[in-house]
Design a protein around this ligand. Sequence first.
Ligand code: ZN
Length: 375
Amino acid sequence: MEQDNSTAKLGAAASRRKRINRIKIAIIVLIILCLILPTIISIFLFIRVNTLQEQIDVLMIDKYGVTYNELINKNHEEVAHAAVVSENLNQEQDIDTIDNDTIDNDTSGSDINHSNTNDSKTSPEDPRINQDGSQVTDNEFTGTSVANDFLNQLDFKIDKESMKTKKVYLTFDDGPSKFTGDILDILAKYNVKATFFVIGKTDEYSKEMYQRIVDEGHTLGIHSYSHVYRTIYNSLEDFDKDFTKLSDLLYDTTGYLPHIYRFPGGSGNDVSKVKISKVIEYLNNKGIVYFDWNVVNGDATGNFPPPEKLYYNVIKGISINNTSIVLMHDTATKENTVESLEPILKTLTEYQTELLPLNEEVTPIQQVIAEQYNK
Ligand code: ZN
C-alpha cells in the first residue's frame, strides 16, 4: 500500500517535471520566435523598401533627371530646385501663350503691392498721404514704401559708405518664364542691367524675351538647354550637345553669341557623371567663363519664402561681401522673386551700390576654380 503510494507520488512528480519542461520549451520557442519574427519582417520590409525606392528613382530620373536621394541629400540651391524647374518646363508650355497678351502691360505697379506686410496701406479706399499732406501717386508708392518696410525689418545695420564701394551682379536662372517681361520692366525702371542664365525654349514669347534681354543691355548667359542633370552631365558628348543646342538657338534668335555659362547645380555639383574637370576644360577651350554665386535670395527652397525674406537674404548677403553674384530664379512659380525685386533695387540704388551685368571679363566666383584646368 505504501509502495503504491510512493509510486503514485513519483509518477505525479515526473509528469509535473514533464509539464514544466514542456512549458520551458514553449517559453524558449516563444522567445526565439519573438527574436526571429521581427528580423524576418525587417528583412522583408528592407527588400520591399529598396524595390519601391528603385521604382521611385526610375520615375524621378525619367521626370526630373535626378534620383530622390540626390534631390533630398543635396541642400545645394540649384540641385534642390531641379525638380521644380522640370515641373515649370511642363507648366509653362500652357502659360506662355496666355502671357503674350499681357506682357506689354506695366505690371511694376499693381503686382508689387501684394506684400503681406503692408496690406493695409495698399487698400484702394485708403488714399496714401505724403508727410507734406499730398497724395502719393502709385508710382512713388510702389517700391518706396515696400522697400522702407522691408528695410525697417532688417536686424542688422547697413554701413552706408561701404555700400557705395560694393559691386553687385544680379543673376536670374532658368528663364524665360511668364515673369521675364515683368523682371525686365522693373530693371528698366531702375536702369539696372542684370544677367539672365537661360534655358532652351522655342515658343515665340520666349524668343521675344531672349531678344529683349539682349536689346535692353543685359547679359544673356547659357544655363543648359534641358536643365536635366541626367542628360547634360551624362558624358562630355551629351554636355556638348546640350550646350551647342542652346548656344545655336540663342545666336539664331538674337544674333548674339553668349560667352558666359552657369552650371545647373553649380560647378561644385556632385550629380555630374562626367568628370567636371573635363567639362571645365571644354568650356575653357571655347573661351566660355562660368559663374557660380556667393549670395542666394533663397527662392530655390520649396517653401516659397515671402518677398521680405528674399529681400532680407539679398541685402544681408550684399552687405557682407565686396563683390556679390546674387543667384535668383526666373520661373513660373517664383512670383515672390519678382515682388522682392523692386524693393531690392530701390534700396540698392538709394545706397548707390553699383549694379552691373556679368561679362567674360569679370573675375568669376567659382565653386570649382576653372584656372587649374587651363592647358
Ligand atoms: Zn537652374
